[in-house]
Design a protein around this ligand. Structure first.
Ligand SMILES: [Zn+2]
Length: 712
């Protein structure tokens, strides 16, 4: 046993005792355990009927041809895909005496593919309700809670019951005992939000929806996660368990606590629905990176047609699926390619196979450049999970929109950035950042406020909007801003906004300044829909013109064309620059799509950071950037989102974009041994002067990776 392995086993063992995985170094390199080196994962999610029709050899051959390291294989819990002896683990009616799981497991293993048993502890059958009534989630009236899809005969199980602590472990141990599995995975749990359950166990805990219930749910999640991880490792020390996560910026679970316990974060974020932006997978990647610190993150790409209307058994637009996979690897995650059903062999629609095989083979050819050490970004958006979960916005939309507007503004301005979790604001974490953005992080504890103040006092810059810090961590309103002293602001009234058919506020330009440089020939800019009336000393660059009526046209004028209420407060304190925007500019930018609001955000960020960024990419097109320090050197990822359906529907094809001029200030002096464009599979000529590397990416079709191999 080598040192790395021994250290991993020791640390992994420690998680059971309540130590967190995050205290361990990111397990990387050739000696890291297999699940930290996994690069591609495949899954055909079998239906109960599939044992009758699936072609096991074709299934295994396909995944071998797609060069996956591991497959997910259905164990389940409501339907057994093998002759289970565990009471209430009902065997598939189509097994016909076969051991379908065993056959698939052997076929995968024969091809050198690892097998992860997929359980689904979230559901059980109606006929079990009378025998094990305590297992089931209940509504307020005490009725068993049906599955959200309303599939007949199935009801949801509750995590606080022995279904999770006894039945599921029994299934896991049976699988461990019979099969050569490498890990266990729970579909359908813990997912993205805390459920509401009024079963007997839950009634003892408290009212669903409250912070107390949320806390108890998270405690239970970690207890169960550790229990399952311990069971997985009874088989072999390097086996593991992981659950199902996702939800992006809107996840209602405490990702920091889960991330600290997890060696593998699976984001069940399979594709777009109507409102999801084209960059939904990349955004999910940034969220998961904030808590996983280099440990394995997979993102499921649904090869099936996600969205509404949906087709679980038809291939989605190949360009859309490929973009999702490109975003997955660009943001440092691992592809988990997913198809449903193996009717007539391996699905009635077979088109998904070539899409996956093509992308995964390309990835396999260049996989060393996707082993990341750390992101190269010195700007962070603080991910306020308490705000996302419990804050009630004053107007339509959810708390995620305050973030979405900033996300798009940074994407459009090609600014590299990370998410930073609100419970991870220690000096150690913040050391790499020169600036942080708080997009209406309304709930902040006193301790978090002190951490942010310390960040500024050590030279960091800060931008905050709207109700940031106006509530404590439990959502209790503060009389004034928690960061008021830092920004030099005071609350001057309750939040106000344009309601109904109204002009939103305007921002009046009062004086020339960097943040208004782009706005010519106007005194007014479109302002925020909502704001917190704010007082601040000094001359303001922008002042507020309050909302006024929008109909009838004769009435569209304001009697208050000018106020001394600031629409932006700018401060300098040593090396730090501070920006406070009293308006909900992120949400307003996102909902309105008005370029001025986005531009104001971009100008404010640029002023705060003095326009400095480690990597500058100039060229046409809407692209998203990721810059990584990798095992061989460095990699710059450019995701091209230009397509006929940028904001809605599937990507049908990409509009290729022309030359992208890159100027990259590497964090240290290195010798570049080799530089290449991975998508084009071409050599990349680079110019180097000290730490600065310059090159041109001549063309980006859907995605390009400029990979630098270096010697220190
Ligand atoms: Zn319950």
């Amino acid at each position: 046993m080598d040192l790395t392995r021994r250290r991993f086993v020791t640390l992994a063992g420690a998680t059971v005792l309540g130590f967190s995985a995050s205290s361990a170094p990111a397990a990387q390199g050739p000696l890291a355990p297999w699940h930290q080196r996994v690069r591609r994962v495949g899954q055909v999610n079998f239906s109960e009927r599939d044992p009758a029709e699936a072609n096991v050899e074709a299934w295994a051959d396909y995944w071998a041809s797609a060069r996956v390291d591991a497959v997910l294989l259905n164990v389940t819990g409501m339907i057994a895909f093998y002759p289970s002896q565990v009471p209430f683990h009902r065997r598939s009616r189509f097994l016909n005496g076969r051991d379908f799981f065993g056959e698939c497991c052997n076929a995968a293993k024969a091809r050198g593919i690892r097998v992860i048993g997929r359980l689904s502890p979230d559901l059980q059958w109606e006929e079990v309700v009378s025998q094990k009534p305590e297992w089931f989630m209940r509504d307020r009236q005490g009725h068993p809670a049906p599955v959200f899809s309303q599939a007949p005969g199935l009801y949801q199980t509750c995590v606080f019951t022995s279904y999770f602590s006894e039945f599921t472990p029994a299934v896991m141990r049976e699988v461990n005992g019979r099969y050569d599995v490498d890990g266990l995975y729970a579909n359908g749990w813990p997912n993205f939000r805390v459920p509401s359950c009024w079963c007997e166990a839950c009634r003892r805990i408290g009212e669903p929806g409250t912070m107390e219930y949320h806390r108890a749910y998270m405690d239970r999640c970690l207890e169960i996660w550790d229990l399952y991880d311990g069971i997985a490792r009874e088989k072999r020390p390097e086996n593991l368990f992981f659950g199902n996560l996702g939800g992006g910026i809107r996840s209602g679970l405490d990702l920091k606590r889960l991330g600290d316990h997890a060696w593998w974060f699976n984001a069940d974020n399979q594709g777009r629905t109507g409102a999801t932006p084209a960059w939904g997978a990349a955004q999910q990647g940034r969220v998961a990176q904030a808590v996983m610190k280099g440990r394995t993150i997979t993102n499921v790409t649904g090869a099936w047609s996600t969205g509404s209307p949906m087709w679980r058994n038809a291939h989605k637009s190949p360009a859309e699926a490929e973009s999702w996979m490109a975003q997955t690897v660009a943001s440092g995650m691992v592809i988990w390619y997913h198809w449903l059903g193996a009717q007539t062999g391996l699905g009635e629609d077979r088109r998904w196979q070539e899409t996956g095989r093509r992308f995964l083979n390309w990835h396999a050819r260049h996989e060393e450049h996707f082993v990341n050490r750390q992101s190269i970004a010195d700007l962070g958006i603080v991910l306020g999970q308490r705000t996302q979960t419990f804050y009630e916005p004053p107007a339509p939309g959810d708390a995620g929109e305050y973030v979405e507007g900033f996300y798009y503004a940074l994407l459009e301005s090609r600014t590299p950035f990370d998410f930073v979790h609100e419970d991870d604001l220690s000096p150690e974490t913040l050391r790499k950042y020169s600036a942080l953005i708080l997009p209406n992080v309304a709930f902040l504890s006193d301790a978090q406020c002190r951490q942010l103040e310390a960040f500024v006092h050590s030279g960091g810059s800060l931008l905050a909007t709207f109700e940031t810090g106006l509530y404590d961590e439990r959502g209790r309103p503060r009389p004034d801003f928690g960061l008021g002293k830092l920004f030099g602001i005071q609350k001057a009234g309750e939040r106000q906004g344009a309601r109904g058919f109204m002009n939103s506020s305007y921002f009046r330009i009062e004086q020339p300044h960097e943040i208004v440089r782009a706005f010519e020939d106007t005194n007014w800019l479109p302002g925020s829909e909502w704001r917190v009336p704010t007082r601040a000393d000094g001359q303001h660059v922008l002042t507020l013109v309050p909302p006024f009526t929008a109909y009838p046209t004769e009435a569209i004028h304001t009697d208050v064309p000018r106020t001394d209420e600031p629409a932006i407060v700018l401060r300098e304190q040593g090396r730090s620059r501070l920006v406070y925007l009293p308006g909900d500019v992120g949400r307003t930018a996102w909902r309105s799509g008005h370029p001025d609001v986005t531009r104001l955000i971009q100008n404010s960020v640029n002023w705060m950071t003095r326009g400095r960024r480690s990597v500058q990419v100039d060229g046409e097109g809407v692209v998203e950037l990721f810059a990584w320090e990798t095992e061989p050197g460095f990699a710059l990822h450019v995701l091209n989102y230009n397509n006929p359906n940028l904001h809605r529907g599937s990507i049908r094809r990409h509009y290729p974009i022309g030359p992208q001029e890159v100027r990259w200030q590497l964090p240290r002096a290195v010798t570049i041994r080799n530089a290449s464009l991975l998508r084009a599979e071409a050599r990349l000529p680079v110019r180097q002067k000290g730490n600065v590397v310059e090159f041109t990416i001549p063309r980006v079709e859907d995605y390009e990776v400029a990979a630098l191999e270096v010697t220190d």
